[in-house]
Design a protein around this ligand. Structure first.
Ligand code: BTN
Length: 243
């Protein structure tokens, strides 16, 4: 995957969206400084200039139906986990596609899809991987970086090249839905067969459940003592034991 470096932009997701006709698909556009980074739920994404990977790429007409679009999230998340592994860091995917080390978030992924009729016209993924940042000023609850974990700095360009390679390799396997899904499930955070506490965002109900599956649409299946419940992103909140 080619990597294109920008000195500064607002958001690499927005940059790409505005320039899809002039930038080739599968080019990872990284900004050394991203001044208006966008996160999930309309949040701001904090990234100190020059210290992290803030990058995006897009795929044109990926051969994935909108009903199975979650396989793209799975592939992107697995690529990040693969890169972290290459640098000696053991990470897991917190459903749907946050990357965690222990109980801390090291990477966020923001995927935007354009659906026309029954097909995906394009899919754009933005990746914010915390590399050398050691202090986080925003109110993000539990950030961590590669440097904080390893106790040393990393070369950003080297990490970006590894990410480009892993993205290319995982995204070339989109048609092998089942094997990607199995790998995603095997590396899922809190999928240890134990019951963990969750809060239903709509009703506020707190209950214990174990993570049993993730549907091709991305819905999370939780097994409670009364059966399986399915949740879409934002409908369910992972709690910790002391919440
Ligand atoms: C999250 O909230 O977890 C998702 C964060 C995604 C951040 C990345 S940084 C590169 C790309 N550009 C953006 O504006 N957001 C994504």
């Amino acid at each position: 995957m080619e990597i294109k470096w920008l000195e500064q932009t607002g958001s690499t997701n927005s940059y790409l969206r505005e320039r899809m006709d002039s930038i080739s698909p599968m080019t990872l556009v990284c900004a050394r400084s991203q001044i208006a980074g966008r996160g999930q739920r309309g949040n701001h994404w904090e990234a100190e200039p020059g210290k992290n990977i803030t990058g995006s790429f897009y795929m044109q007409n990926p051969e994935v139906s909108p009903m199975e679009q979650f396989v793209i999230s799975e592939a992107v998340a697995l690529a990040v986990v693969g890169t972290l592994k290459e640098f000696g860091i053991d990470a897991k995917v917190k459903w749907p596609n946050d990357i965690y080390v222990g109980d801390k978030k090291i990477c966020g992924i923001l995927i935007e899809n354009a659906i026309i009729g029954k097909s995906l016209q394009w899919s754009l993924a933005g990746i914010g991987l915390n590399v050398n940042q050691r202090e986080f000023l925003s109110d993000a609850p539990n950030p961590v970086s590669m440097a904080l974990i390893a106790g040393k700095d990393f070369r950003i360009e080297e990490v970006a090249r590894s990410l480009g390679r892993n993205l290319e390799s995982y995204l070339s396997r989109l048609s092998e839905r089942k094997s990607l899904h199995d790998e995603y499930m095997a590396g899922l955070w809190r999928r240890d067969g134990m019951r963990h506490p969750f809060r239903d965002a709509a009703t506020g109900e707190i209950f214990d459940a174990s993570v049993s599956d993730v549907k091709p649409t991305g819905h999370l299946c939780l097994e409670t003592e009364n059966g399986i419940r399915e949740y879409a992103f934002k409908e369910i909140i992972f709690l910790s034991k002391d919440d």
